[in-house]
Design a protein around this ligand. Structure first.
Ligand code: FAD
Length: 361
């Protein structure tokens, strides 16, 4: 047997794909297994496209209000923001390498009044994020807003699909429609049984999004994740697009965003929503002229965010040797995918010790 690291990854979403990429770049022999027919068919299918280290603070309203947890969550936000900054650089480099279009830099976030915007600006500054206050601009629909000059955006699914094709060309193998997962460990190897056959490897990475706890439970490892749904509606790109914002615009109150992609406009987000209807009503209040112009959505979608209860993702080993987790990225999975993949790959192939995103199970 060769002395290359041989590694199985469960999950072909943004996190599993970026982990595969970082491992393959380090010379590992990688196989990715997914129950669905192709890459990015789970939560990574239709997100808001924002690469936003600015949003590293938990979006869970209960966590934000509890003063007892506030300090722990602020620390978690700081490390998550730094990972997001590194990840952004890696994503942009990879987009260039894959020939994907670049988006204008920056994201905006709307607030009900200037006091709320200034309070938020202070909180952003506290975790090392630059946020400029802007007032009454066309792009902010004449509302007070924070502008995050260091954020950017891009089509996450297009990225994931292009990355999966590139990985396959570089020798990473993919097994899709692999259902009925079972895992056992014997003689220092993992044996993963699926409807597509049995695969074995020395290392196993669980990057299965909201299903990660179920996968780990097969090996008696307990991981707690909260599941928070969000929704999206896609519209045709209007022929006359002059009044569309240049960068994604978030609405702080509804945790949603309006994003203009090269081939569509998307309204997406919400915290605990299975249907985009309330978001469309909200954006009807914010931008009535634009919503009238967009007309009816061409498609609707909803997905489940894997939210770690500690306010930062789990990128870590576990109590079982060579069993690794990369999950719990919540509303930040597109932003953090490449940085999370790199970090886990460094732990596996280079023995890097890093407890910032540790998981104790
Ligand atoms: C509406 C919405 C908007 C968002 N907007 C943004 C944004 O603007 N910016 C941002 O950074 N993040 C955003 N996010 C978050 C981001 O999309 C997620 O964090 C990210 O997609 C999670 O990726 P993942 O790879 O962990 O999960 P997934 O994409 O769900 O991938 C997990 C994969 O594992 C597979 N799997 C699971 N169990 C098994 C099993 N037993 N056997 C085989 N395969 C299995 C699944 O089929 C799936 O393909 C948004 C999320 C939502 C819902």
């Amino acid at each position: 047997m060769s002395d290359r690291h041989d590694i199985l990854i469960i999950g072909a979403g943004l996190i599993g794909l970026c982990t595969a990429d970082a491992l393959a770049m380090r010379g590992a022999l990688v196989r990715v297994i997914d129950a669905r027919p192709g890459p990015c068919e789970g939560t990574s299918f239709s997100n808001s496209g924002m690469i936003h280290p600015s949003q590293a603070m938990s979006w869970d309203p209960d966590k934000i209000k509890s003063s007892e947890l506030a300090r722990a969550f602020k620390n978690a936000a700081k490390v998550t923001a730094r990972l997001g900054e590194r990840s952004k650089t890696l994503i942009i480099e990879k987009m260039d390498a894959l020939g994907l279009p670049k988006h204008a830099s920056g994201c905006l976030q709307l607030f009900s009044d200037i006091d709320a915007a200034q309070e938020a600006q202070n909180e952003y500054n506290d975790i090392g994020i630059t946020a400029d206050i802007i007032m009454n601009e066309t792009d902010t629909f004449n509302r007070p807003a924070c502008r995050f000059p260091d954020d950017t955006s891009g089509d996450a699914r297009a990225f994931g699909c292009a990355l999966a094709a590139d990985l396959a060309a570089r020798g990473v193998s993919f097994v899709y429609q692999a259902t009925d997962l079972n895992i056992r460990r014997s003689q220092d190897r993992f044996f993963v049984r699926t409807s597509q056959g049995v695969f074995d490897a020395k290392h196993l990475v669980i990057a299965a999004g909201v299903q990660s706890p179920d996968c780990l439970a097969l090996l008696d490892v307990r991981l707690q994740l909260n599941i928070v749904s969000g929704a999206a509606a896609d519209f045709e790109l209007p022929k006359q697009a002059d009044d569309l914002p240049d960068c994604p615009v978030m609405d702080a109150a509804s945790r949603s965003a309006l994003t203009v992609f090269s081939d569509r406009v998307r309204i997406s987000g919400g915290w605990g929503l299975d249907d985009p209807a309330p978001l469309l009503a909200r954006w009807g209040d914010i931008a009535p002229g634009l919503m009238l112009h967009l007309g009816q959505p061409r498609s609707k979608w909803s997905g489940l965010r894997p939210v770690s209860p500690v306010g930062r993702p789990y990128i870590s080993g576990t109590s079982i040797p060579n069993l690794w987790v990369n999950t719990g990225h919540g509303h930040m999975g597109w932003t953090l995918c490449a940085g999370s993949g790199e970090l886990l790959a460094q732990m596996i192939t280079e023995g890097r010790e890093d407890t910032r995103f540790a998981f104790s199970g």
